[in-house]
Design a protein around this ligand. Structure first.
Ligand code: NAD
Length: 354
């Protein structure tokens, strides 16, 4: 893969690779856009099959963050970082987390790190000993775990889906949640409290047991959940879960979940879902709650303003559904909305400069 070509095609501003021989840290930070402001994005620790796979992941995820921040109405750009692990279950060391903090700091605030898969509040706390540009730690004003806020945003997105379909309550609805981890478990609780019936699947038995015991969920296998009979499918595990191998098996009328990059091929799968009449709530619109919480705190928004911005996900989702007929699908409409907001930011910048 040609890195420079991939960067240019996707419109990235800066991609940096860092190796810290003392701690063994190998990491990449990708800043996709600072058109709307400095860029907050999680740090993912993952065992990749190759350097190319890591690079592609960080390029895709960082662009998604630009779209997410733009559609959430935040004055923030988009970025993301990945830490390459030697083995799937490699534990982190204090030295690696601190080395990552110094790498983040070298961006002078253009990039602000936070949690993602494999990075918890304690890891963020360690990064924060080396930089002021990390959010999601346990310290004062750091925001902590963003997952409950992400779950609330997905819930608001689901409310928009139901409203679009002329339904005004969750009672009587069956929601299938793929992955009852940090976000999925909060989403399950909210849906249960609002009277929805739940079906869950997870590779971790303890997560499934918790959902059965606390929310009366029914369990299906991880290979069955996408095609299970239900009203709403909520992908809350990993990305790339809807593709040619399973798209025809989907029985849900609505897809709305927290996972990033749910569609294997954005253009192709979005079009098929639209043609099949399945209402797809674009992932980067509905999973923005955690970003809104952390970025909002970083930007100095009040708790009431943060709450309002997360609640606004419902209206933004409805707006995207309305725009879908002009753009071919809900997913294409979401990208168009993001690009319109980014272009608006750029023209604001240019007029200030002029
Ligand atoms: P998590 O790791 O806490 O939870 C993911 C869950 O999915 C785990 O319980 C895991 O066992 C399960 N899982 C993994 N593979 C599975 C499979 N094949 N089938 C079923 N279950 C499987 O992660 P999270 O923080 O809850 O995030 C979930 C998704 O949402 C991720 O894609 C993440 O990138 C995205 N997301 C999270 C946040 C956030 O605030 N945490 C924000 C935006 C997007």
């Amino acid at each position: 893969m040609n890195l420079i070509e991939e960067m240019m095609t996707r419109g990235h501003e800066r991609v940096c690779v860092h190796h810290d021989p003392d701690s063994g840290l190998r990491a990449i930070i990708a800043v996709h856009s600072t058109a709307l402001g400095n860029a907050l994005g999680g740090t993912r620790r993952w065992h990749y099959d190759s350097y190319d796979a890591a690079l592609l992941d960080v390029l895709r995820l960082s662009r998604g963050m630009t779209y997410k921040a733009a559609c959430a109405g935040l004055d923030m750009g988009g970025a993301k970082s990945v830490i390459l692990l030697d083995s799937p279950r490699a534990e982190y060391t204090e030295a690696q987390a601190k080395a990552m903090g110094r790498f983040v700091d070298s961006f002078n605030g253009d990039y602000i790190a936070a949690e993602d898969v494999g990075v918890d509040e304690q890891f963020v706390d360690l990064m924060s000993t080396e930089t002021n540009h990390a959010m999601g730690g346990t310290g004062e004003g750091q925001g902590g775990d963003p997952s409950p806020h992400t779950a609330l945003g997905v819930f608001r997105g689901m409310q928009a889906c139901l409203r679009h379909r002329g339904i005004d309550q969750f009672a009587g609805m069956t929601v299938a949640i793929q992955g009852v981890g940090s976000v999925g478990v909060h989403l399950a609780r909210m849906l249960h409290e609002h009277g929805a019936d739940l079906i869950v699947a997870d590779i971790h038995e303890s997560s499934v047991d918790h959902a059965v015991k606390n929310f009366g969920a029914r369990v299906v296998g991880t290979d069955e959940i996408v095609g299970v009979e239900c009203d709403i499918l909520a992908p809350c595990a990993l990305g790339g879960v809807i593709g040619p191998s399973n798209i025809d098996s989907i029985k849900a009328g609505v897809i709305c979940g927290a996972a990033n990059n749910q569609l294997v091929d954005h253009d192709r799968e979005a079009t098929v879902l639209q043609e099949r009449g399945i209402l797809y709530a674009p992932d980067f619109i509905v999973n923005a709650g955690g970003l809104i919480h952390l970025a909002g705190l970083y930007l100095g928004l009040t708790p009431a303003e943060l709450q309002q911005k997360i609640d606004d996900i419902e209206g933004t989702t409805l707006n995207v559904f309305e725009l879908a007929s002009q753009h071919g699908s809900t997913a294409h409409a979401a990208v168009a909305l993001a690009e319109q907001r980014i272009a608006g930011g750029r023209s604001r910048e240019e007029s200030h400069a002029g």
